[in-house]
Design a protein around this ligand. Structure first.
Ligand code: NAD
Length: 362
């Protein structure tokens, strides 16, 4: 029975239990003997994976929220803030996709990464993606040139002149707090500071920033150029003006903004990541192969992508960080990451970005 799982018991005051705390034998027993060592058997090349349908954009997003804000608050503000120049901090999986979205929407984009190689690689990737869109006829030659002109890599974070700065560094609160503390000094007073966090506390970032009313969550989904949703996370400190400006910006990008509260994981990830975690437990317990677990969700629940392929796509390190933060913030052991996930991350199997996760990506 579920309630007997050690994931739901307490290891001590204020601390969620981790099944590994009791040693591998106890954990194995607790999983009813179905916890094989995570051998590469689980990571065999999966010929079925390539048959998964591509991620599709949802065309039926409800128009209600954005139109309410458009018709009321936005037009009532005397000087609604218009955002034209964006700086993005972190040029990894998400940062580069977000930069592409802004550049294609006609905004000026400054892209920064603490790793100069990552920055150069991201600029090259965005250029290649835009050119590919031209070749396929999805983007006019002139629009491609305009987007590329609008995009600029920067090597330093000092004296950034931008209407808005979006932080897109890894999902670690300490790292994000350092950045918001630094921005307190270097960003102009008018600048809105947003985070693309998957579920960390926006209020904590707001406090670090020294301008809490101008801090907000703008949670894009992967891949940003394709996924239509942006969760707009309003902390208690976020001003009406900041909120409305970001809703309007999201609409300018052609996305559907949905306001959500500043609660761990917001809406999407609070639901998605426990599901991914459970899929990893099912794999670790030998309930089915990775390919079959995913096929069950694709064929039985109409998911466009199975949970394990989704975890590979997101990055297993990011997935682990998100589940760890849920376990801490909800103070509930049911969110503790499956040990198999942690072991894969320790081995450097991070999913698509390293070529190996639950599936192989040659
Ligand atoms: N990967 C996803 O599917 C996904 C989806 C939605 C949201 N997110 C969120 O987006 C954020 C970034 O995730 P990602 O998948 O793009 O991570 P990533 O690891 O691919 O990229 C992070 C980038 O940040 C850079 N970086 C690290 N420290 C930095 C610093 N101090 N200053 C500047 N750059 C720094 C790294 O060099 C790297 O290029 C996380 O908060 C994550 O939760 C991720």
């Amino acid at each position: 029975m579920r309630a007997e799982s050690p994931r739901l018991t307490r290891a001590g005051p204020g601390r969620d239990s981790d099944p590994r705390d009791n040693g591998p034998e106890d954990f194995k027993k607790s999983r009813r003997g179905h916890y094989p060592s995570p051998t590469p058997q689980t990571n065999k090349p999966n010929s079925n994976a390539k048959h998964y349908p591509p991620i599709r954009a949802c065309k039926s997003a409800p128009p209600t929220v954005s139109s309410i804000y458009n018709n009321t608050l936005y037009h009532k503000l005397t000087h609604p803030m218009h955002i034209n120049r964006i700086a993005i901090i972190g040029a990894g999986t998400m940062g580069r996709g977000i930069a592409q979205v802004f550049a294609q929407a006609g905004l000026e984009v400054l892209l920064y990464d603490s790793d100069p190689d990552a920055l150069a690689q991201s600029l090259a990737t965005i250029t290649e993606r835009l050119r590919q869109q031209c070749v396929k006829g999805h983007l006019q030659e002139a629009a491609c040139a305009t987007a590329l002109d609008a995009l600029q890599g920067i090597e330093r974070l000092e004296a950034i002149d931008a209407d808005m700065i979006i932080e897109v560094v890894p999902e670690r609160l300490d790292l994000k707090l350092d950045i918001f503390t630094h921005l307190r000094q270097v960003a102009q007073a008018r600048t809105i500071l947003a985070s693309n966090t998957s579920g960390l506390d926006i209020s904590a970032l707001a406090q670090a920033s020294g301008r809490p009313d101008k801090v907000i969550g703008m949670h894009f989904f992967n891949p940003p150029p394709i996924m239509p949703l942006i969760e707009v996370v309003r902390a208690s400190e976020t001003s009406e003006e900041t909120f409305v400006a970001v809703i309007a910006l999201a609409e300018r990008l052609g996305k559907t903004p949905i306001p959500v509260a500043n609660s761990p994981g917001f809406v999407a990830n609070r639901i998605l990541f426990p599901m991914i975690n459970e899929a990893i437990y099912a794999l670790a317990e030998g309930v089915a192969s990775a390919a079959d677990i995913d096929r069950v969700l694709v064929l039985g629940a109409s998911h466009p992508l199975g949970p394990l392929a989704l975890a590979d796509f997101v990055g297993l390190d990011v997935t682990l960080d998100i589940l760890d933060s849920f376990a801490r913030r909800f103070d509930n052991a049911k969110y503790c990451p499956c040990p198999l996930l942690r072991e894969m991350v320790d081995r450097g199997e991070l999913g698509r970005k390293t070529g190996q996760g639950f599936f192989s990506y040659p």
